[in-house]
Design a protein. Sequence first.
Lengths: 405, 299
Amino acid sequence: MNKTWIVTTETYLRQIKSWSFLMLVLMPFLFIAFTFGISYFAVPDAAKSDVAIISSQTALRKSFIKSSDVATTSKYTTQKRAQQATKRGDINGYLVLATKGQRVTATYHGPDELSSGEQAKIQRFLTTAQAQLNLQRAQLTPNQTQALAVQPQFKQRLQKKTASDQIAKRVSFYIIVFFVYLILTTYSSITAQEIAAEKGTKIMEVIFSSTTPRKYFNGKVYGVLLVICTQLLVYLIGGIAVVQLAERSRLTADFWQQNVDVISQVLHNLLSINLLFALLAVLLYTIISAFCGALVTRVEDAGKAAQPVVYLNLLTFAVAFAFQSNPTSPFVTVFSYVPFFSSYLMPLRLINGNATMIEAVIALGLLIVTIIGSMLYIGRIYGGLMLQTDDLGLWGNFKRGLQLK
Amino acid sequence: MLSVTNISKTFGTVKALNNVSFDVHDGEIMGLIGQNGAGKSTTFHSILNFLSFDGQITWNGQPLSASDYDQIGYLPEERSLMPKLTITQQIVYLARLKNQPANVTKSKIASWMKRFAVKGQPNDRIKNLSKGNQQKVQLICTLIHDPQLIILDEPFSGLDPVNADLLKAAIIDAKKRGATIIFSSHDMSNVEEVCDSLVMLRNGQVVLNGTIDGVREQFGRTRLFLTTDWSADRLAALPGVIDVKPLGTERYQLRLADATAGEAIFDQVTAGHYIREFSQQPPTLDEIFRTEAGGPQHE
């Protein structure tokens, strides 16, 4: 079997079996589940929020249940049973509908006042029902009925840059920036520490007597890349499940309906070339982290190994935040092509519509060239760096490593 | 056969190896000896291509390359395993890197653990093993894929005599199946007992190279073991005797300036009569190491 592949699978399996990886992957879902749980307990449960509709006029009752938009239950048909259910706390209360002397009436019975929204819905139904009743009583000709049926019209002509558009951009930016920052910091630390720990245990001499440093280095990077892909896949599947759940759950369905445009725009921004920028950024940072890990000489220094990459990530993150409201700045335009920065700044420009797809592809191309160049160069000097065990400081270790091979 | 021809390596201003040459044949065990810093590990690292160097190293007539790695078993001086892995995971992983399938390795692990008397179960984590047992696991990792070129850097260090004997037996078994073996050691008795030949390095240069007996004979039979009722002072006064070291009751070791002095001493001490012991020997490897490894100032 190809030795690069052996190292890849070993790295991959060791990582995904670790508790830290499980926690990393599950954390967002636990967070969402926790938020849902809080909302679930904070909001009255489904049965309790229902209102029973009681009426001797079956047609009126059915019409209310069908068209009022009020959360109702058809389980209770008599006032006595509805009263008992209210007492037991099974339902919120009950609404008695009637037509007295050509007037449609509705009386709500319950321990608490109905929300203003529910009251408005009931009022709207009553107005419609009363209008229909009035029309019947007036015995109008069809022409008169038609004339009275004319409704006023309300239209909105929105500009291109609407408020929802702005919200979608802002949400997309925040999600991308925080996601990239989090994932880069995590994997930079994991990679640098693992490489530094391996170097510290001196097992590299045994491994390099079995395979070339380049093959080993490539195998490590591919292994970490597979781990990241696994994490993204889990997020994708989990994200689809959360979306499905949010669309159907009565806790979030209203919110979903109201913001469906924003949400779909955010999803569009995330599941696009921006995802590729994120993935390639992680790959580049992983390679540089491996390099940093190879520069330290003691297991105890493994934590220090990741620092340069973590600081670089922090810098690019800060720059992206500083220019979030000014994506047309020449600085952003220039640095959106520079690897390390491009993973934050090009998505920023794309989200705001300040960059064309051709510009994005150019930035992507530069990123890929940098990745390939880094892999080739670090793969070449990796053996020397990993076998150099004198503690001469990062720069001294680098120079000594170059002398070995 | 492994051939090392005129290899040199410089670190900054330090010449770590200077025109080092030797051959090790198939089925031969060679001891690489020398003081700390003499260049033993640098020689091993050069053979393993860890370092760039001047000169040539060939394995079976070809420059040693990555394609030969599967035939190499290497035990580094600093013991190193992955502490979080189990014994089986560790051995299988390293053997897979030598292109030995996992199922083949797994079928061998129990017998190798028994052979080296490893105290622990295959599913025990490396970090839970004693230092000695970790060292034995590393030896198993070095040998389990039946390598043809075995390089052991200080394999006996840290092993008690019982475990050292187990390792010697494993090395001799590998020799019997035709493997080429080099090991470094500071314990000359191990070298004398196991090796067919030796190379001594001093400051990166070869100062001794040959079979064990050949190297010893180079120094002449200048050690005389004698059991006699003569006193030490009387023996010291004999011509050609440098010094006399009492070894027990009426037993002495005489150091001679020249091996040829032995004949005259024999005549004088025996005077034609029987004596219990008169044995003229070359210096031991240990004595040679003490005088040669450190250079003239140690003589």
